[in-house]
Design a protein around this ligand. Structure first.
Ligand SMILES: Nc1ncnc2c1ncn2[C@@H]1O[C@H](COP(=O)(O)OP(=O)(O)OP(=O)(O)O)[C@@H](O)[C@H]1O
Length: 574
C-alpha cells in the first residue's frame, strides 16, 4: 500500500456515512475554513490600518475598526483551532475503532490456527495506530489541506491588492519548495517503512518476553533477554536516525529555498516602497502573507518525518483488516445428534514432511473414542483435521455422511468443538472463563460440577468471582483443566475433541471428569479424548492408535491382541 493509497483510504473512511465520522469531518472542515478565513483576513486588515495611518486623513473610528478587526482575526484562529481539535479527536477515535476491529476480526482466526500469526507483533501495530492516526490526520491532513487553501486565497488577494509580479514571485518560491519536498519525501519513504518495521520488531520481542516472564525468570535468563530487547531498541533507533538524517537534508534544502525566495521578494518590495510604487501597507501585507506561509511550511518537515512512519503503520493495520475473514463466526449451536465420523484414507503433511498417510477409521455415533500415540505422531494434527480446522492433503473426513470439505467453515465449528492442548484463560473472573460460549451451563451447575470434582482439595466452595490472573496464573494446572472440562460438560455439539485436556488430572479425577462428560453427552455428543493414559483407553468404545504416520482402530483388548506396536506403546506408558 503506497502512502497515497493510505491517505486516500483514510479520507474515504471519514466520508463513509456508516462509520459515523462524516459529521465530525464536516464540522472540522467548516471550522478549518473559518480559521483560514480569519488567518487570511488579518493581514488585509493590518494593511488597511497601516495605509490609513500612513495617509493620516482617515477617521480614527475606521482605524480602530481595522486594528481591532486585525486583533480579533489574529487571536480568533487560536480558538477555532482548539475547537477543531475536539472533532479531530473524535474522527481519530472512530477510525481507530474501525481499523482495530477489522484487523482483530480478520486476524483472530489466523492466530487460532496452528503456528500462524504473531499476536505480539499485531498488538504492537494496533497499539501504535491511534498515535499514527493523530500524526497523519491532525499533523498532516489538517495542515496540508488548509495550507493549500490558504496559499491559493493569499495569492488571489495579493493579485488583487499588489502588482501581479509578486504573485508570480510567491508562486515560484512555493513551486521550488514543493519540488524539493517531493524529492526528499520520495527518498525517505523506504526509510520510514524500515522504521515502522523496526518498531514492530521491538513490540514483538517485548510482548514475547513479557508474556513468557516465568520462563525467563525461572531459567535465570533475565540478563540475556534484556540484551535482546536492548538490541531491538538499538535497531529501532538506527532506523529512526536514518529517517531523521534524510529529513534533515530535505529540511535544509527547504529552508534555503524559503530564505532565498523571501529575501528576494521582500528586497524587491522594499525597493518598490522606496520608489513609491507600493504603499507601506502593501509591504506589511506581503511580509505577513510570506511569513504566514513560511512558518507552517517550516514545521511541515517535522510532520513529514513523523508522518512517513505513521503512514506505514496505518497501511499495515489497514492491510491486516483486509485479509480473508471467512472464519470468524462463533460456533453455531446445532443439534444434529451425536456425530458418526468416517475417515477415508486421510493424508496430511507440513511442508515436505508427511505426518499422516492413508488414515481410515469409523467412529460410531455417540461413542467414546480415545486417540493415543507417541509424542509427535500426529494426534493433534488428526484432531484438527476432524474438526475441519486444517484441510487434509489426501482423502476425506465425513460427519454424519456429509464430507467435511462440503461443509462451510462456519458450520464446521458447530459440528466439532476442538479444545486445544494449551487452554488459554482470560484475565477475568472464574465465572467469565467457565461460562464462555458455547457452554449452556448455569452458574449453579458449574459450581456443583467443580465442587463434585474437588476443585479445592479442602472441599471449600468454589468462588466464581475469583480473578484467575493472566493465563489463569492463580489456578493450579489441574484446576485450569477442571474449569475447562466443566465448561465443556454442558455444550450441545455433535463432537467434542479434548486434546490432552485431562493431562494434569490425577487418575481418579480424570475418570470422574470423563464420566460426567459422557453422562452429559449421552444421545448428543461423540467424545474424542487425546491422552497418554492406558486407563482411559480401556474405558473407550474405540481406540485410535497413531504410529509412524499410520492409524489403527479397534477396542483396546483387540489392539492388545493383534497389534504389537500398540502393546509396546502401552507398555512404555507404564
Ligand atoms: N504448524 C506446524 N508446522 C509444522 N510442523 C508442525 C506443525 N504442527 C505440528 N507440526 C509437526 O507435526 C508433527 C505432529 O505434531 P502433532 O502436534 O500433531 O503431534 P502429537 O501427536 O499431538 O504430539 P504430542 O503428543 O507431543 O502432543 C510433529 O513432528 C510436529 O513438529
Amino acid at each position: 500500500m503506497t502512502s497515497f493509497d493510505v491517505i486516500r483510504q483514510l479520507i474515504l473512511m471519514i466520508g463513509r456515512r456508516s462509520l459515523g465520522a462524516r459529521g465530525d469531518g464536516f464540522c472540522a472542515i467548516v471550522i478549518e475554513l473559518a480559521t483560514v478565513g480569519l488567518g487570511v483576513s488579518a493581514p488585509v486588515l493590518l494593511k488597511l490600518a497601516v495605509d490609513a495611518l500612513d495617509e493620516g486623513s482617515a477617521p480614527s473610528s475606521l482605524v480602530m475598526f481595522y486594528v481591532s478587526g486585525f486583533v480579533i482575526a489574529w487571536t480568533g484562529t487560536n480558538a477555532t483551532t482548539a475547537l477543531k481539535h475536539i472533532f479531530t479527536i473524535r474522527i481519530i477515535d472512530t477510525l481507530a475503532r474501525r481499523i482495530v476491529l477489522d484487523a482483530a476480526d480478520s486476524q483472530l482466526p489466523n492466530l487460532a490456527r496452528n503456528g500462524e500469526g504473531d499476536s505480539a507483533r499485531l498488538q504492537g501495530i494496533l497499539e501504535r495506530l491511534p498515535f499514527s492516526l493523530q500524526v497523519v490526520i491532525d499533523g498532516l491532513l489538517w495542515r496540508a489541506l488548509p495550507l493549500l487553501v490558504q496559499t491559493l486565497v493569499s495569492l488571489a488577494i495579493v493579485a488583487v491588492l499588489v502588482p501581479p509580479r509578486y504573485v508570480a514571485m510567491m508562486a515560484v518560491v512555493l513551486g521550488a519548495y514543493l519540488i524539493v519536498t517531493g524529492k526528499g519525501t520520495g527518498r525517505f519513504q523506504d526509510a520510514a517503512r524500515g522504521a515502522n518495521e523496526a518498531a514492530g520488531a521491538q513490540a514483538q520481542t517485548l510482548g514475547d518476553v513479557l508474556r513468557n516472564a516465568r520462563r525467563v525468570i525461572f531459567n535465570g535468563n533475565l540478563a540475556a533477554e534484556l540484551d535482546i530487547i536492548a538490541s531491538r531498541i538499538a535497531d529501532r533507533r538506527c532506523a529512526n536516525e536514518r529517517v531523521s538524517r534524510l529529513i534533515a537534508a530535505t529540511a535544509s534544502m527547504q529552508s534555503v529555498v524559503l530564505a532565498l525566495g523571501l529575501c528576494v521578494l521582500l528586497v524587491v518590495a522594499a525597493n518598490d516602497v522606496s520608489a513609491g510604487q507600493l504603499t507601506v501597507g502593501d509591504f506589511v501585507l506581503l511580509q505577513a502573507y510570506a511569513f504566514r506561509l513560511a512558518l507552517p511550511l517550516g514545521g511541515f518537515a517535522y510532520m513529514l518525518r513523523q508522518a512517513g512512519v505513521s503512514i506505514a503503520n496505518i497501511g499495515e493495520a489497514l492491510a491486516l483488516g483486509e485479509q480473508d475473514r471467512s472464519e470468524t463466526q462463533l460456533p453455531a449451536s446445532v443439534s444434529t445428534g451425536p456425530a458418526e465420523i468416517v475417515l477415508d484414507r486421510v493424508g496430511f503433511r507440513y511442508g515436505e514432511e508427511w505426518v499422516l498417510r492413508g488414515a481410515s477409521a469409523h467412529v460410531a455415533s455417540g461413542s467414546f473414542v480415545v486417540l493415543v500415540g507417541p509424542n509427535g505422531s500426529g494426534k493433534s494434527t488428526l484432531a484438527q483435521i476432524i474438526a475441519g480446522l486444517i484441510e487434509p492433503e489426501e482423502g476425506d473426513v465425513s460427519i454424519n455422511g456429509r464430507p467435511l470439505c462440503d461443509v462451510d467453515s462456519d458450520e464446521r465449528h458447530g459440528l466439532v468443538l476442538y479444545a486445544p492442548q494449551t487452554i488459554g484463560l482470560f484475565n477475568r473472573t472464574l465465572r467469565e472463563n467457565a461460562l464462555y460460549p458455547p457452554t449452556l451451563a448455569s452458574e449453579a451447575e458449574l459450581a456443583a460440577i467443580l465442587t463434585d470434582w474437588g476443585f479445592y482439595e479442602s472441599g471449600r466452595p468454589v468462588d466464581l468471582n475469583l480473578e484467575v490472573g493472566e493465563q489463569g496464573a492463580r489456578l493450579s494446572g489441574g484446576q485450569t483443566q477442571k474449569l475447562e472440562l466443566a465448561r465443556l460438560a454442558r455444550v450441545s455439539v455433535p463432537t467434542v475433541i479434548l486434546d490432552e485436556t485431562t493431562s494434569a488430572l490425577d487418575q481418579a479425577s480424570e475418570l470422574r471428569a470423563i464420566w460426567t462428560l459422557r453422562e452429559g453427552y449421552r444421545g448428543r455428543t461423540t467424545l474424542i479424548l487425546i491422552t497418554h493414559r492406558v486407563a482411559m483407553a480401556r474405558e473407550a468404545d474405540t481406540v485410535l492408535f497413531l504410529e509412524g504416520g499410520r492409524l489403527h482402530a479397534g477396542r483396546h483388548e483387540m489392539l492388545m491382541r493383534e497389534h504389537e506396536g500398540y502393546v509396546r506403546f502401552c507398555g512404555s506408558l507404564g
